[in-house]
Write a protein that binds this ligand. Structure first.
Ligand SMILES: [Zn+2]
Ligand SMILES: [Zn+2]
Length: 427
């Protein structure tokens, strides 16, 4: 990556000192949030706390935007608007870290009691976001413009970003000139950030397929059309979409994650249901993948003798998250600012991941906002060395054992993000 140096080296030290100062506060906040996680769409107390943090700093605060999301606006003279986004939701996972501030929270998920944990680092995102806002208010003489901050609900469900946009995020509030976010990354060390222009997270679509048959007694297959056999063919043929129909240089994933049909050994059922997840980076690819799924389903049923009015039903996109595509120019600029803060050697060029993140939606509205999502290294270098020596890897996101180096992750996050904003808004 080419990095633009020397943009604001004079104030880099001041930013680092401020970030260090704010880390103590942010770390305490993080422990509180970690102990009190809330599931997607249920971030009631978390949202209240985020609003309180912003109120204390003198932001204009709007709560309950499209659900639980919170928006804060801090006007500091004429200049561009930068939006910083954090997510707020936790996951239905029982924590096994044994940390002194481990979560013991249980919540109601569709009538079931489930343990809840911040296993995706959103507690760190919120604390870094708060620490960054505090630093930027303290350093307000160094920049001109508007700081807009968004604490978003339901990232894990992919509902939050879309709902905030629909509720008027870019129309009722200043339209951002840039939108930035962090996601922690246990594969990177604390003190490092991961950065890339272009694709960072894949687009996600969900497909539900209902395969019909003609049910009957398992002893008389000749009188039936077996949807289990048709479905088996479909599952096998779906594997050829990526391997035989797409260019080897075009990444995509087609995974059948669930398949259900039948009740007894001696009954041929009437139908089978399947659920798929698809991952992609370009519209052209996903259109091709969906057309192929439909073709494969239709032809498998026809070849088994199903009539034309009982062909498989292919329902696309119960979940629909576009890819996160970082703006190339903005990423380059941020790489320059970050290198002044943590050194160019700590900016790691990353490759795209096939998991999804709904932050991409902010870059795909008609306002055409340039976005950049950066990875924030969250495993201490000592831990990384220890793991390497033992032939192990850090616990991944969504692991019940996820145990980031909270303090150093937050301190780097605040320093880099405050540096980004000051870099973009410097006088
Ligand atoms: Zn997650
Ligand atoms: Zn996450």
């Amino acid at each position: 990556m080419i990095i633009q140096m020397g943009v604001f080296s004079q104030i880099a030290d001041e930013i680092k000192v401020e970030a260090k100062k704010q880390t103590e506060y942010a770390l305490e906040l993080c422990k509180h949030l970690h102990q009190n996680p809330e599931l997607s769409f249920h971030e009631f107390e978390t949202a209240k706390r985020m609003a309180r943090e912003l109120n204390d700093l003198g932001f204009e605060v709007t709560e309950k935007l499209g659900g639980n999301s919170v928006v804060g606006v801090f006007r500091n003279g004429d200049g561009p608007t930068v939006m910083l986004r954090t997510d707020m939701d936790a996951l239905p996972i029982a924590e096994k870290t044994g940390l002194p501030f481990a979560s013991v929270k249980v919540a109601d998920l569709d009538g079931d009691d489930v343990a809840v944990m911040h296993a995706c680092g959103h507690d760190i995102h919120m604390s870094t976001w708060t620490g960054t806002a505090r630093s930027l208010v303290a350093l307000k003489k160094e920049w001109r413009g508007t700081l807009m901050v968004l604490a978003q609900q339901a990232e894990e469900y992919s509902g939050g970003a879309g709902e905030a946009i629909e509720a008027g995020l870019f129309t009722k509030f200043p339209t951002p000139d840039y939108a930035l976010a962090f996601h922690i990354n246990p594969e990177l060390e604390t003190g490092q950030i991961g950065l890339a222009g272009g694709p960072v997270f894949a687009g996600v679509k969900t497909v539900e397929i209902t395969v019909y048959g003609k049910g009957g007694h398992g002893a008389y297959p000749q009188k039936c059309i077996d949807p289990i056999v048709i479905s088996s063919r479909i599952v096998t043929d779906l594997q050829t979409i990526v391997s035989r129909e797409l260019s080897p240089t075009e990444p995509a994933v087609v995974t059948v994650g669930s398949i259900h049909g039948g009740t007894r050994p001696n009954i041929i059922p009437d139908e089978v249901k399947m659920q798929l997840t698809l991952r992609y980076f370009s519209d052209k690819t996903i259109e091709k993948v969906i057309a192929s799924i439909k073709r494969i389903c239709k032809n498998a049923a026809l070849s088994a003798g199903m009539p034309a009015d009982k062909l498989p039903l292919v329902d696309v996109s119960l979940v629909d998250t576009p890819p996160v595509l970082n703006d190339e120019e903005l990423s380059l600029k941020l790489g320059g600012f970050a290198s002044e803060i943590i050194g160019a050697e700590n900016i790691i060029s990353t490759t795209p991941e096939m998991v999804g993140e709904d932050f991409g939606k902010y870059g795909l509205t008609k306002e055409d906002v340039p976005i950049c999502l950066m990875w924030l290294g969250s495993t201490s270098s000592e831990e990384m060395k220890r793991l390497k020596a033992a032939g192990k890897k850090p616990y991944p996101l969504h692991s019940p054992m996820l145990n980031p180096d909270y303090k150093n992750t937050i301190e780097t996050g605040i320093a880099v993000m405050a540096g980004n904003v000051i870099g973009l808004l410097k006088k």
